[in-house]
Design a protein around this ligand. Structure first.
Ligand SMILES: *[C@@H]1O[C@H](CO)[C@@H](O)[C@H](O)[C@H]1NC(C)=O
Ligand SMILES: *[C@@H]1O[C@H](CO)[C@@H](O)[C@H](O)[C@H]1NC(C)=O
Ligand SMILES: *[C@@H]1O[C@H](CO)[C@@H](O)[C@H](O)[C@H]1NC(C)=O
Ligand SMILES: *[C@@H]1O[C@H](CO)[C@@H](O)[C@H](O)[C@H]1NC(C)=O
Length: 944
């Protein structure tokens, strides 16, 4: 172990895992002292040699003996037959006939058989001996029918409880703004037990999480590991997994061995921004803090050296300071540091710091540039840090701009441990497994992808002795899945935490056989190499754009919108397996059918693209984010910017004052990386409204995501699309004021441009898109619609977007003829007005989408961040799987194409006349890859 070799010369040698060898001698000495002098003196006692031995000498010696012991489980931990978290009364459970991913053998082991859970631990894996079962007279039996079982999902980076949902002004306890270096703060002190998200995250299979303080500080405070289940005591402390034995004093525990502690550090933008400093200030703040700790440690070591040698003369008190004890423990190798850090410049700073002060980093988090600097990571003191990443959430600030979906695979190839994390509620940790699925899609091996949210984070947080694996004696944190966990939409059928079943009435559907094994994901070797070659900014434009003949061969399915929404025109099964071809010229299909029917040779084709059982399907449309108006969402100088809010701001008269209507088409920015990535993922168009945080946004525009500038033919699909307003409980003005304003505008009280746009809305010529989440507001809007229509005599095209609580009013929305864009596709109760979500399986049978569809509502799916546009194909795929066969593949595609066209008032075919060519499967599948876009409008085929 490197720590040992690097013990400073003033410290004495001592083994890391065993108490000090002098302990026996020193204890004997102090016992002898105690025996001789007990009762004679208080305070210091005088020995015959006139050495003053303090009365607490034994305690001091104990403390010194344990000062450098590496944390870990006690030696007898593995022979435990009951968990310290066992809930008395929990019935033993036998899970029969399961396909068990154990996490063993680097995540490669799969055991077919049974699993016995009792007393909060796993009693047997695979073959459960009959005699063991006979011992139970009342055991609950779960038939897995061959289904997949894994250990619980483990989140290395969460703010559950500290930033609880729904977000209220009293509930953001993640970031203290009282100093750059505050190792004395503890996330536990802010852990709200009433976060709505515990239950939701459990329903996604998450059983354990590290709750980190925020990233506003260089050293933000101590983190704590919790299990998510409710406890009988209902307290934050009772949720902790292996907390330190003592919460007071120096932190140095006289318990052998101590338990791992966690500390949050952050570098780069966040601490600089909060304290109006620079990266230089942040690193100095670290060094100053660590220097304090180092000095204390030197004093402690000198003190202990004397104490252990029995040199008690004038030794005084053990040197310690409450403020710095956690950092001293870092220097003693007893703390797992979870370090938010993105860019090479910051990673380099922290690596230098670790070598200056001799401590190691457990993991770099976010860490979007780590894949570019693996050799730098390997220079960190002690060992190479793990890297905890998002899969595709990137580009939100400079530090994330070079993030790559191929980073997990590149890091794994470098032998670096990869963790996927949620940063909940940044990503909803209910879907943490989806991060692993995406990492797998982009090239991380399946064993490592599963480990990245289970065994690896368990190891990085120092809990691998009890969680993260299915092993005898481990915590009974187990998930039974409805498919292979890496298949899209994998959902728990049951989740056990400490052996306690967490889902009371789980609703799950039977997933198709195709989803019962890990998807065979496409080849991204070239893209992976390009990410490295171009320093994180590989060109994303199509490799080639051609109006020549292109022949697509060997595809399995064809989806088209021939005027009535998306339909599946054929599958190869329907045509007795005959391979299909499509001949395209000038971006238009001129023939589809078998090769006899189309005889491609007669077209003197220069290009044949074999789709290997893939598909052609209409282009997808993205709505709901700032796609096309923003390069980097956290950087004002890279985006169109926000409009004035006429309800709260004074709109300049030069602009026309309150009557101005802003048009997004005037602010379009092409070639943003989010748009190009969306294009490469089959999202060929975006509809974006001007950015607004107030009432009136303005007119949206429709654009092609693959074009390089506005003046290219087909770059702008429709200048003005719809009029957009937002009505929210979170607005600085009242909801009633917002609705009164809308009524006034709809009843014809506005002049100028504003007046004429609202006239178009009232006449039904353009849709009114209302961003709204709360049911009561939606009800008022439905009434307002009727009120206005009864005066005007014409129907308003009204669409709700966001619409978290729309399912509560599904029938009325359907009857009123209002459309709904559900955004994001899978709901989360971020704010009070969103809190009554319909979570979908396994918590409820229906999802919001299926409920609305069942009530004849036209439903589209949106995104709430431009980075997420690229994931649209998986979002709609998931929505269909959740509906248990009620939503066909064609209908799933329609949710993000023809339905959205209709809801936004675009002419049919605006987007769906584009065709997305995929290899290996349909655009909905993890097996497929988008290889080209056929654009009739632009008369070309784009090839990637
Ligand atoms: C077994 O447990 C169930 C509830 O968990 C209870 O209803 C039943 O009476 C028990 N049976 C026996 C034989 O104890
Ligand atoms: C396990 O489940 C599978 C799938 O339902 C079934 O085919 C098989 O017979 C079962 N095996 C046992 C031992 O029950
Ligand atoms: C620290 O924890 C240990 C183990 O629980 C306990 O025996 C000891 O009394 C505690 N010490 C203090 C100072 O609380
Ligand atoms: C939806 O429309 C269908 C066909 O028009 C009709 O049969 C059904 O009753 C409607 N359902 C609801 C909930 O309105």
């Amino acid at each position: 172990m490197m720590e040992k070799a690097l013990i400073p010369p003033y410290s004495y040698e001592r083994p890391l895992r065993k108490p000090h060898p002098m302990l026996g001698v020193a204890l004997a000495l102090s016992l002898w002292v105690a025996c001789v002098y007990t009762g004679l003196f208080t305070g210091f006692v005088t020995k015959r040699s006139s050495v003053k031995v303090p009365i607490n000498a034994q305690q001091i010696v104990q403390k010194c003996a344990h000062i450098d012991v590496t944390p870990g489980p006690p030696v007898d931990f593995y022979s435990r037959d009951e968990s310290d978290r066992y809930v008395p009364g929990t019935k033993p459970t036998l899970i029969k006939n399961a396909t068990i991913w154990t996490g063993n053998v680097d995540g490669l082991e799969v055991v077919l058989g049974d699993l016995l859970l009792d007393k909060g631990i796993i009693r047997a894996v695979g073959d459960v001996p009959a005699h063991m079962l006979e011992a139970y007279d009342n055991i609950s039996v779960v038939e897995a029918n061959g289904g997949w079982v894994s250990p619980g999902i483990v989140d290395l980076h969460s703010h559950l409880g500290d930033m609880s949902s729904p977000r209220l002004s009293g509930s953001d306890d993640t970031n203290s703004r009282k100093g750059l270096v505050q190792p004395w703060l503890r996330s536990l002190d802010a852990l709200n037990t009433h976060d709505d998200a515990y239950r939701l995250s459990i329903s996604g299979g998450v059983t354990t999480a590290v709750i980190l303080p925020g990233s506003a500080n260089a050293i933000g405070g101590q983190a704590f590991v919790i299990k998510l289940r409710p406890t009988e005591e209902r307290s934050p402390s009772s949720m902790l997994l292996e907390p330190p034995f003592n919460f007071s004093g120096s932190g140095i525990e006289e318990v052998y061995p101590p338990r791992w502690r966690q500390l949050k550090q952050a570098c780069g933008e966040n601490p600089s921004r909060v304290y109006s400093g620079t990266r230089m200030d942040t690193i100095w703040a670290y060094r100053k803090g660590y220097e304090e700790a180092r000095k204390i440690k030197v004093k402690q070591d000198a003190y202990c050296e004397k104490a252990m040698a029995g040199q008690w003369d004038d030794l005084g008190e053990f040197p310690e300071e409450l403020e710095w004890e956690a950092l001293v423990d870092v220097l003693r190798g007893k703390v797992k540091i979870q370090n938010h850090c993105y860019e090479a410049v910051d990673l380099d700073g922290i690596v230098r710091l670790t070598n200056e002060f001799k401590f190691s980093i457990a993991a770099f988090h976010h860490a979007h540039e780590t894949y570019l600097v693996p050799d730098l990571l390997k220079k960190a003191y002690g060992h190479t840090p793990a890297v905890a990443l998002f899969a595709t959430n990137g580009r939100y600030k400079r530090e994330a701009y070079r993030g790559s979906e191929f980073a997990p695979r590149i890091l794994a190839d470098e032998g670096i441990q990869v963790v996927m994390k949620s940063d909940h509620p940044v990503l909803n940790s209910r879907y943490l497994l989806h991060e692993a699925q995406q990492a797998h899609y982009f090239g991380l091996a399946d064993n490592l992808a599963l480990a990245s949210v289970i065994s690896t984070p368990a190891t990085i947080m120092g809990q691998e002795h009890r969680i993260g694996y299915i092993r005898k004696g481990y915590d009974a944190d187990v998930v039974l899945w409805d498919s292979h966990p890496l298949a899209i939409g994998a959902t728990p059928k049951q989740v056990f935490i400490d052996g306690v079943a967490q889902l009371e009435h789980p609703f799950t559907s039977t997933k198709p056989e195709a989803l019962q094994h890990a998807p065979e994901t496409p080849d991204f070797d070239k893209e992976t190499k390009a990410a490295l070659k171009y320093d994180g900014l590989p060109p994303l434009e199509p490799k080639e754009s051609t109006s020549d003949v292109v022949v697509f061969t060997n595809f399995d399915s064809l989806f088209l919108d021939i005027g009535n929404g998306v339909e599946q025109i054929f599958t190869s099964q329907k045509y007795s397996g005959a391979p299909q071809i499509a001949v395209v010229k000038d971006g238009k299909i001129i023939c589809t059918g078998t090769s006899e029917m189309c005889s491609p040779t007669s077209y003197m084709t220069s290009r044949t693209i074999n789709l290997h059982g893939g598909s052609l399907a209409p282009g997808l449309l993205s709505y709901g984010s700032e796609l096309g108006l923003t390069h980097i969402s956290g950087e004002k100088s890279t985006q169109d910017g926000k409009v004035f809010d006429s309800l709260t701001d004074k709109v300049p008269s030069i602009l026309g004052g309150d009557e101005a209507v802003i048009r997004a088409v005037d602010g379009l920015l092409f070639s943003t990386r989010d748009a190009l990535l969306a294009y490469r993922s089959g999202v060929t168009a975006g509809v974006t409204a001007p950015s607004s945080s107030g009432f009136l946004a303005g007119l949206s525009t429709a654009f092609n995501t693959g074009s390089s500038h506005k003046l290219i033919e087909g770059a702008v699909l429709q200048d003005d699309v719809a009029l957009h307003v937002a009505i929210s409980l979170s607005s600085p003005v009242s909801v009633s004021t917002q609705i009164a304003t809308l009524r006034k505008l709809l009843l014809g009280d506005a002049n100028g441009d504003l007046g004429s746009q609202f006239t178009k809305v009232v006449e039904g010529k353009i849709p009114l898109i209302i961003s709204v989440d709360n049911t009561d507001i939606m009800a008022s809007l439905i009434q307002l619609k009727a009120e206005v229509e009864s005066t005007s005599g014409s129907a308003i095209q009204m669409t709700f977007s966001g619409a978290s609580e729309a399912h509560l009013l599904a029938k009325e929305i359907g009857v009123a003829g209002v459309g709904v864009i559900v955004s994001p596709a899978r709901p989360f109760p971020s704010t009070w007005e969103m809190r009554r979500i319909l979570p979908g399986p396994p918590l409820t049978q229906n999802s919001a989408i299926s409920t609305l569809l069942a009530n004849n509502v036209t439903v589209g799916v949106g995104v709430d961040g431009a980075w997420a546009a690229r994931n649209t194909r998986f979002d709609v795929s998931w929505a269909a799987l959740e509906a248990d066969g009620e939503i066909s593949k064609a209908e799933a595609i329609a949710l993000a194409s023809s339905n959205l066209e209709k809801l936004l008032g675009l002419k049919s075919g605006t987007v769906t006349s584009d065709l997305v060519a995929t290899t290996g499967g349909t655009v909905l599948d993890f097996e497929s890859k988008v290889v080209g876009i056929v654009s009739a409008k632009r008369g070309v085929v784009d090839l990637f």
